[in-house]
Write a protein that binds this ligand. Structure first.
Ligand code: CAA
Length: 379
């Protein structure tokens, strides 16, 4: 077992680290406060290749491995989890889904501008009454021969307002259960498609989360991904990889908070010495560092499984479950180590604590990860 990163992987990690410190850190507090999408920064991320990292270069991507993607996600998330969720959805769900299951025409038309970051994509599965229970889709796509007519509502859609292309999971034949579900590519300017109001969120406030309404949207059949009825499997396969990205996001949020807490503990004095020299704090730091390392290894293991074309449903779910729970615990500890300073915005850790919460919820709650893991065990 070789834990050594390649030169290329180190270079990508360092480039992401520099970008996060130089371009994302300035203004991150204000963007969070004003719920401002990082338009300029996301544009630069596209130019640097962070929005289509794993996509084949022939479709405008970087052709990198999943390990590099995990390393970059950790670095970006240490500073700005609002930017990293845009990166994660565009890379893992939208580009990966289109590259692996789209037609050549769909790749030429949609994947190339998505992978180069010219446009951004969204993945639309969740509904007012279908989040965890993903087969209960109420959005319908009625087959009209050469096109579908789509009606329904999607909720909590990341990149909802900023995206140009939406991968929308719809029910075509309710009798067939999950085999009656289709994934359709819907463009923002298709008639009858309405972007609803932006959500006012606890965390990742710089990201753009909306509900979406589809009122008799006419979608050509050539915009269906895969065979008729493939939509649920498309969603499951895509989310399995997406979970590795979100695990790396959670890891980054935790390691960002840890680095701040470690630094603070070496500067802040109490009872005549730096607080890091008090065992109460030193033990917290030791626990945090250990848990972060465990999460990092789980993320890299899942990424290696994917790169080696092994099944990563289990390892991805384990990484996501552990990293998300760990991020929540450890960002709370980072605030605690900062004391009163941790409770104010300029020290960053309160934002990281708020951002950590969503990693336990999106791309499958922690409970969903346990379903995936236990089903794998009991198979
Ligand atoms: N790969 C391929 N096929 C898969 C699969 C996978 N990973 N997981 C399931 N399937 C297949 C099964 O084999 C089965 O097919 P067959 O009937 O042909 O055998 C079919 O899909 C149905 O599977 P299940 O019976 O296991 O389905 P279920 O209804 O019991 O659901 C679940 C399983 C794991 C709970 C699933 O519903 C799930 O993952 N729910 C959570 C959804 C989720 O993550 N939502 C997040 C929204 S997206 C988001 O958050 C993006 C963002 O904004 C950041």
């Amino acid at each position: 077992m070789d834990f050594t990163l390649t030169e290329e992987q180190i270079m990508i990690r360092d480039a992401a680290r520099d970008f996060a410190r130089n371009e994302l850190l300035p203004g991150v507090i204000e963007r969070d406060e004003k719920q401002e999408f990082p338009h300029e920064q996301i544009k630069k991320m596209g130019e640097l290749g962070f929005l289509g990292m794993m996509t084949d270069p022939k479709y405008g991507g970087g052709g990198m491995d999943t390990v590099s993607y995990v390393l970059a996600m950790e670095e970006i998330s240490k500073i700005d989890a609002s930017a990293s969720v845009v990166m994660s959805v565009n890379n893992s769900l939208v580009c990966w889904g289109l590259e692996n299951f789209g037609t050549e025409e769909q790749k030429q038309k949609y994947l190339i501008p998505l992978a180069t970051g010219e446009i951004i994509g969204a993945f639309c599965l969740s509904e007012p009454e279908a989040g965890s229970d993903a087969t209960s889709q109420k959005t319908t796509a009625v087959d009209k021969g050469d096109h579908y007519i789509v009606n329904g509502t999607k909720n909590w859609i990341t990149n909802g307002g900023t995206a140009s292309v939406y991968l929308v999971i719809c029910q075509t034949d309710v009798e067939k259960g999950h085999k009656g579900i289709n994934a359709l590519i819907i463009e923002k300017d298709m008639e009858g498609f309405v972007v609803g109001p932006k959500e006012n969120k606890l965390g990742i406030r710089g990201s753009d989360t909306h509900s979406l309404m589809f009122n008799n949207v006419k979608v050509p059949k050539e915009n269906r991904i895969g065979e008729d009825g493939f939509g649920f499997k498309f969603a499951m396969k895509t989310l399995a990889g997406g979970r590795i990205g979100i695990a790396a996001q959670a890891l980054g949020i935790a390691s960002g908070a840890f680095e701040l807490a470690l630094q603070y503990s070496k500067e802040r004095k109490a009872f005549g010495k730096e607080i890091s020299k008090h065992q109460a704090i030193a033990f917290k730091l030791a626990d945090m560092a250990t848990e972060i390392e465990v999460a990092r290894l789980l993320c890299l293991k899942a990424a290696c499984d994917k790169d080696e074309h092994k099944n990563y449903d289990q390892s991805g779910a384990m990484a996501k479950l552990y990293a998300a729970e760990m991020a929540m615990r450890n960002t709370i500890e980072a605030v605690q180590i900062h004391g009163g300073y941790g409770f104010v915005k300029e020290y960053h850790v309160e934002r990281l604590m708020r951002d950590a919460k969503i990693t336990q919820i999106y791309e499958g709650t922690s409970e969903i990860q346990k379903i995936v893991i236990s089903r794998g065990l009991l198979k």
